[in-house]
Design a protein around this ligand. Structure first.
Ligand code: DC
Length: 228
């Protein structure tokens, strides 16, 4: 059987994972998989059903009615389909970020999304970004990168992103949310955010996009021989 190359990029929110993973995927002709969007889609489903995202009793019965598909549009962008509806544009709000963070702490939710992620990686050359890709989902990935930056730098980037999308917010609120989500994501009992022992840690606090892009291309070339 043909063996595909799997590249795992984990790290806290706002470290630049999705921007960089998307670029790398285009540069290397890999498929980019944003796993946060899966948790966001579950979070959206839970919100829509007026359930408490922290309650395993309320969330678990809703999972069978969440048929989640991940498709790519003509521009190669990942779209999230929930029960036949494209919800990609509704899952990026701060409210759904909180729902996603809460539901992602529930083991049955992680279990529910596991097979989808592993199947995609088995069938394609992928760059997958998330929190537990290198530690749990793809422990045999040929490349594991833990991408990080200071909370202040990440909040500033996220703030600019939200403003650009027309959301009304301020830097202090974003910083508070980021600190809260960092805490949730790294202190949960199941699959907490942490670098795997064999990951390469890349801190992008002092790097611009081009520099970070080059740093990651260098790691990938060294580990796999795959070059741009
Ligand atoms: O990367 P993101 O901000 O879109 O992720 C949304 C939430 O989902 C985030 O709080 C952490 C969680 N998540 C996770 O637990 N595991 C992943 N592989 C990806 C995201």
């Amino acid at each position: 059987m043909e063996k595909h190359i799997n590249i795992a990029i984990d790290g806290p929110s706002g470290a630049g994972k999705s921007t960089l993973a998307k670029r790398l995927a285009a540069q290397l002709n890999f498929i980019y998989i944003d796993t946060g969007a899966l948790y966001r889609t579950v979070g959206y489903h839970v919100r829509k059903n007026n359930a408490d995202p922290t309650s395993v009793e309320q969330v678990v019965p809703l999972l069978p009615s969440a048929a989640i598909d991940l498709i790519y549009d003509e521009q190669g962008r990942q779209r999230m389909i929930l029960n036949g509806e494209d919800v990609s544009d509704f899952i990026r709000t701060q409210e759904i970020s909180r729902y996603a963070s809460d539901v992602s702490a529930l083991p049955p939710v992680r279990e529910f999304l596991l097979d989808t992620q592993r199947r995609l990686a088995a069938e394609n050359n992928v760059i997958m970004d998330g929190r537990d890709i290198g530690t749990v989902i793809l422990p045999n990935a040929q490349v594991k990168i833990f991408l990080t930056a200071t909370p202040e730098v990440r909040s500033h980037r996220r703030y600019l992103e939200l403003i650009e999308k027309g959301e009304k917010t301020d830097y202090e609120t974003v910083l508070k949310e980021i600190n809260q989500r960092d805490y949730n994501d790294s202190h949960r009992a199941t699959a907490p955010l942490r670098p795997s022992e064999d990951s390469v840690i890349v801190d992008t606090s002092e790097m611009d996009l081009e520099q970070a892009n080059k740093a990651l291309l260098d790691v990938i070339a060294e580990k796999t021989g795959v070059q741009k």
